[in-house]
Design a protein around this ligand. Structure first.
Ligand code: AMP
Length: 545
């Protein structure tokens, strides 16, 4: 066989030619903005010329993006790796000192920034020691940035920079194992860590997104990519879409339930992907507004455990299939997708759909005990999940050797706890650091949350372990009550008692306005624990076990 390297530029050329009529639609607040894949290909060539000729980008230098999900971000996704440089997606929701840390750690040379995010970049630009050029995308006033950037940095406008440049670029041949893109973990403990995706891993991962066992993305699909392009590469959807010719609908900064519902009704996506909190908000909106969501074939939910109640509500009230998936920044991110095996129907099929899903051929999984000893894949032995495969990172950027806290004998230690069935389905009970250790027994915070969120008056529920004199740790339930509803701690505890063992029932309850979220929209349990420690919650304590 020929030894053709698996390159991002190949995905770009294929999508821009064979699927040149497919489109990326960006939501603007004043109607959609449409660009064909053929035009994305031309803009990618222009951007690559500009980066090389005006910004001096060579070799594997890093070009960062501080952008929403939109057309120009997609252009950067292809231009930067295709020219041999490395795309670094900056998380717009990180604290300024974390943003500074990752941009300096990655040694970013150029930053592409949406004009709506100029104030954010202006706040940190003075600290970004390696940046030499900033490119502002869209209208808006770049003056604050120019003032803050000083002489060291040249500020360009995207339109001016790309104008008149050639529509073709002679994409170089690169080693398929070279880095193409860089994404940092969200860093809820310690500094964020960098994961470098290679051309090869991106290519193989994109194929997996497209097969029916993955997301089943194909040329007749329109994918609403809500998951941010700075969070685990938007789950690989942009690259997979170009590979198979699916069109993309990009929400830009319009991430509230109302505009998302409008995008679904008017742009008629067939697939969509986002974390559970987005779907939870959308569900509440759809329940009270008559919107046409009939185009949606499936929605993929991952990033945190998807409460079964959310899946049933979408299926039963809106005819939408919620597909549960698991992954990490470290796994590109597709790790497993919950599609029931042949022959499973009714309740049995639902039980498969509640799991985190089945691993594909590209991901090998095992469960290990406390000393790292492999446990049987029998669906009942509980331990830490470890994975390996061609799109799983082997170490973090800048590390000489894999950190033993995160890697063991060529396996990635996920920090997730659960079981693995003989037919490859992963069921996670919790993050190792979130499991509640009560009197020598373990309580799954996720199980309590799922059970609570099945109550009709509960909008969101986050459960964390808090110190307890007698039991070491006990669960604290923080609950957001649905608008217009009212419910007491006693009532919720009785409701929980119908599905959870009595000794696991929380005695500490706090009703709150919103669960604090991380930079990628997950429940921020660290913040919940520290707010509790600071006495910030009005806690009601019922009798203990
Ligand atoms: P991130 O790198 O930010 O995407 O975080 C990865 C982590 O998110 C995993 O290690 C899990 O703890 C969590 N996660 C992702 N998907 C799921 C899921 N379907 N169920 C439970 N946890 C999940």
């Amino acid at each position: 066989m020929m030894d053709a390297p698996l390159q991002v530029s190949r995905i770009l050329e294929h999508g821009a030619s064979v699927h040149g009529a497919a489109e990326v639609v960006t939501w603007t607040g004043a109607g959609p903005r449409r660009t064909s894949y053929a035009e994305v290909g031309r803009q990618a060539a222009r951007l690559a010329h500009a980066l090389r000729e005006e910004c001096g980008v060579t070799g594997d230098e890093r070009v960062a993006t501080l952008m929403w999900n939109n057309t120009e971000h997609l252009v950067a996704y292809f231009a930067v790796p295709s020219m041999g440089a490395v795309l670094h997606t900056l998380n717009i929701r990180l604290f300024p000192d974390q943003l500074t840390y990752i941009a300096n750690h990655a040694e970013d040379r150029v930053v592409l920034v949406d004009s709506t995010l100029v104030p954010l970049l202006a706040r940190v630009i003075g600290e970004l020691t390696t940046v030499r050029h900033v490119v502002v995308v869209g209208g808006g006033d770049p003056a604050p940035l120019v003032a803050a950037a000083g002489d060291r940095i040249t500020v360009h406008r995207w339109d001016d920079l790309l104008a008149g440049r050639p529509e073709r670029y002679d994409w170089p041949e690169v080693d398929e194992r070279d880095a193409a893109a860089l994404c940092y973990t969200s860093g809820t403990t310690g500094n964020p860590k960098g994961v470098a995706y290679s051309h090869r891993s991106i290519y193989l991962h994109s194929l997996q997104i497209c097969v029916p066992e993955g997301f089943g993305l194909g040329p007749t699909d329109r994918e609403l990519a809500i998951v941010p392009m700075f969070h685990a590469m938007s789950w690989g959807l942009p690259y997979a879409a170009f590979l198979c010719g699916a069109s993309l609908v990009m929400p830009d900064r319009f991430l509230q339930a109302a505009p998302i519902a409008e995008m679904i009704a008017t742009e008629r996506p067939t697939l969509a992907g986002a974390v559970p909190t987005i779907w939870n908000d959308l569900l509440a909106y759809l329940d009270s507004h008559d919107m046409d969501t009939s185009s949606l074939r499936e929605v993929i939910v991952g990033g945190s455990a998807c409460p079964p109640a959310l899946m049933h509500a979408f299926a039963e009230r809106h005819g939408i299939d919620v597909i549960h998936a698991w992954g990490m920044t470290e796994t590109s991110p597709l790790g497993s997708v919950a599609r029931p095996p042949a022959g499973a129907t009714g309740d049995e099929a639902w039980r498969y759909r509640y799991t985190q899903g089945r691993v594909p051929a590209g991901v090998t999984a095992r469960i290990v005990g406390p000393a790292g000893e492999p446990l049987p894949a029998d669906g009942t032995s509980v331990g830490e999940l470890e994975v390996r495969g061609p799109w799983v990172t082997a170490r973090y950027v800048g590390e000489e050797k894999p950190d033993p806290a995160k890697f063991r004998d060529g396996w990635l230690r996920t920090g997730d706890v659960g079981t693995l069935s003989p037919d490859g389905f992963i069921t996670l009970t919790d993050r190792a650091k979130d499991v509640i250790k009560s009197g020598g027994e373990w309580i799954s915070s996720v199980e309590l949350e799922n059970a609570l969120m099945a109550h009709p008056d509960v909008q969101e529920a986050c459960v964390v372990g808090v110190p307890d004199q007698r039991w070491d740790e006990r669960p604290l339930a923080t609950v957001v009550v649905r608008e217009g509803a009212s419910v007491t701690a006693e009532e919720l505890r009785e409701f929980l008692a119908t599905s959870v063992a009595r000794w696991q029932l929380p005695e500490r309850w706090a009703f709150i306005d919103a669960v604090p979220k991380t930079s990628v929209g997950k429940f921020d349990k660290k913040v919940v624990r520290s707010r509790y420690a600071d006495g910030a919650f009005d806690v009601r304590e019922l009798a203990g076990p």
